[in-house]
Design a binder for this molecule. Structure first.
Ligand SMILES: [Zn+2]
Length: 306
């Protein structure tokens, strides 16, 4: 367990709290200034970062890795992407809804992990309950990162995307549910990046209470996180092709995720998908799909492993 977490369990809040504030203030201020986050979202991100840092520092680190790489990726070939950005519901400056969608599963599973960890610290037994919760929290972020990589790099594909539900059907770039080989490879890399963060951290800080006691276990769990994140990204595309609410802009004669098309200042009309299922909802469902798949894979491991 992380020394800061142990401090908290022993009711020593002061030092972790001070480190927490010192770590977050500059990151948040830079994010606000560089317009990675909208002002309201900066507050939400502060709450998320602040909490995760104390209850599950590794999940926190993975979220920081996601945030930094996602923010940098939005700058890759920005001019080329400009045309597709009008299709997407959100721009590259994250709003509160996105911050929550990108982290809610990680927070919930980290809380559960934290609560069960308190009990098991006393008993000092195995990790049959905590290990799946821990993996679920990281798998959620792997899915979020995989999806962001797919979105940011997939639109650069020379080949047009195909609909995940009807692979024989070619769709315009930026279409929800459209996938390309480049985008899928990008999502695999995004997922591996989070799994590698887990891998390196776990080798640097091995303890008996974490589900990470030796090289082989750490490696197997990294593979599980990678697979779960990749699946999450595919679920995201699948939901984008099926239940995500899409709109039609009469002025541009185009399908869009936006209720209001800012490019042409036109109101759009709903065409397909379910009400309420916007891009954030799809990301949340895909993230939880990844977490549950991670839990399922961990549960297949022989008990001796955990
Ligand atoms: Zn329009």
């Amino acid at each position: 367990m992380n020394p800061l977490t142990i401090d908290i369990l022993q009711q020593n809040w002061l030092l972790p709290l001070m480190i927490d504030i010192l770590v977050h203030l500059p990151v948040l201020l830079i994010s606000l200034k560089k317009k990675f986050l909208q002002p309201k979202a900066t507050f939400t991100a502060a709450l998320v970062g602040f909490t995760l840092f104390l209850i599950n520092p590794l999940a926190w680190l993975c979220l920081i890795v996601f945030f930094l790489t996602a923010s940098s990726l939005s700058f890759v070939k920005k001019s080329e992407k400009k045309n597709f950005k009008e299709v997407f519901e959100k721009g590259s400056t994250r709003d509160s809804g996105q911050v929550i969608a990108n982290s809610i599963g990680a927070i919930i599973f980290s809380f559960l992990y934290f609560i069960f960890n308190i009990n098991f610290t006393v008993l000092a037994t195995n990790n049959i309950i905590t290990a799946p919760l821990f993996v679920a929290s990281i798998a959620y972020i792997a899915a979020v990162n995989a999806d962001t990589f797919a979105t940011e790099l997939g639109v650069l594909s020379e080949k047009p995307p195909r609909l995940i539900t009807k692979p024989f059907k070619i769709v315009p770039k930026g279409t929800s549910g459209g996938i390309t080989l480049l985008g899928t490879l990008a999502s695999l890399i995004g997922s591996i990046l989070i799994a590698s963060t887990f891998f390196i951290w776990s080798l640097l800080f091995p303890t008996i209470h974490d589900p990470t006691t030796n090289f082989l276990i750490v490696f197997i769990i990294s593979v599980i996180i990678t697979l779960a994140g990749l699946l999450g990204s595919l679920i995201d595309s699948f939901l984008g092709a099926t239940i995500q609410q899409m709109y039609y802009c009469p002025t541009c004669d185009k399908e869009t995720e936006k209720k209001f098309h800012t490019k042409c200042q036109s109101a759009t009309t709903p065409t397909r998908g379910w009400k309420l299922i916007n891009n954030d909802a799809v990301n949340i469902l895909a993230g939880f799909g990844s977490s549950l798949f991670g839990i399922f894979l961990v549960s297949l491991l022989p008990p001796l492993f955990l």
